[in-house]
Design a protein around this ligand. Structure first.
Ligand SMILES: [Zn+2]
Length: 340
């Protein structure tokens, strides 16, 4: 926190003002001069920065949506079937790119204004730093890293889960390791986005260690489910998508009324999680079955169930302060979106 006492909403901190002879207005732009030791001036600034942050956030969301639209071109060329979920993909990309785009826009302000905003919105900045150092970011980075460095043959040999092999008592380690291996870059990318989209709220609610526990337990639980229920026990299974479903299940139980923004024909619509998440599971599973895509539905559904079961117990964990801040901010953003 700066020890400068006077500020202007357009020029930022004003270190050149002598408290013994305070001018009537900002000497640089003639705007109102604000005294940071005065409660109502501080309140005025906090409100103003909140409004600016909201406008910038919506702009960042719009830009993220355009990035998502552009991302559809390579995705559509690689796997045309995915274009059926164009809305969801654009929404997910917008959610993930929103924070860095917002950061970029924030940095484009004059330095003195940027510093004033940082000082006035410390709580929000702490939250942002907490989010980007949470368990979901670690897991997403880990699956990207493993896919980048481990040769695919090795992953298929030593990490993939072959239910038949485990039924015969071999490769027990693959019950966990299969979650860290993936089939191709698109698979890695979709799962990384899924982990971030559904994991960040769970991570803030439960903390990093319990979130990692939910991720690990849903992967192992879904693996065990495949060993007992698989209809194709000799087909190798890879991918952490069971944990994406597990985090959806945990999120559903921990914060059923929390609203999420989805995009219908490019317009944001807010929907509570208790409506959206079961619907997503039904749509994904149903579409996969209809299209006969090679997807481990049993693992997904078991992962979703394990996430729900774990969260029923973990609901007793007290809400950390960061989560309360996150929830308030999200509610404000959703109310703003609903008014659009
Ligand atoms: Zn000024």
């Amino acid at each position: 926190m700066s020890d400068v006492r006077f500020a202007c909403s357009e020029c930022g901190f004003l270190p050149d003002i002598d408290p013994k002879s305070v001018p009537d207005a900002c000497p640089h732009c003639g705007d109102e001069l604000l005294d940071l030791e005065n409660g109502s001036d501080r309140h005025f600034l906090a409100d103003l920065f909140k409004q600016r942050a909201m406008t910038r956030g919506l702009k960042a969301l719009g830009i993220g949506f355009i990035i998502g639209l552009i991302a559809l071109i390579p995705i559509g060329m690689a796997v045309p079937e995915l274009l059926q979920a164009a809305d969801l993909i654009m929404g997910a990309v917008a959610m993930v790119t929103m924070a860095p785009v917002d950061r970029f826009l924030r940095r484009k302000q004059p330095p003195a204004v940027f510093e004033l905003e940082e000082a006035m919105t410390r709580e929000a900045i702490n939250l942002r730093n907490r989010m980007w150092t949470g368990a979901p970011v670690l897991v997403a980075a880990l699956i990207v890293l493993i896919f980048a460095v481990v040769p695919f043959e090795l992953m298929l040999d030593s990490m993939a889960l072959v239910p038949k092999r485990v039924q015969d008592g071999q490769g027990l380690g693959s019950l966990f390791a299969y979650g860290l291996a993936h089939g191709d870059w698109l698979h890695v990318l979709l799962n990384a986005v899924g982990i971030l989209a559904f994991g960040i709220a769970v991570d803030l609610r439960l903390g990093r260690m319990l979130t990692l526990f939910v991720v690990g337990a849903t992967v192992v639980g879904a693996g065990v489910g495949e060993v007992f229920l698989s209809t194709a026990p000799e087909t190798p299974i890879v991918g952490i998508s069971a944990a994406v479903y597990g985090l959806m299940g945990a999120s559903l139980v921990l914060m059923p009324r929390m609203k999420r923004a989805i995009f219908l024909a490019g317009m944001p619509v807010t929907v509570p999680q208790w409506v959206l998440l079961p619907l997503l599971v039904v749509i994904y599973t149903g579409l996969g079955w209809l299209a006969q895509v090679n997807v481990a539905h049993i693992a997904h559904l078991v992962g979703f169930g394990v996430g729900i079961a774990l969260a029923l117990g973990l609901r007793l964990v007290p809400e950390p302060a960061a989560f309360v801040v996150y929830k308030d901010k999200l509610e404000e953003t959703m109310a703003e979106l609903a008014r659009m």
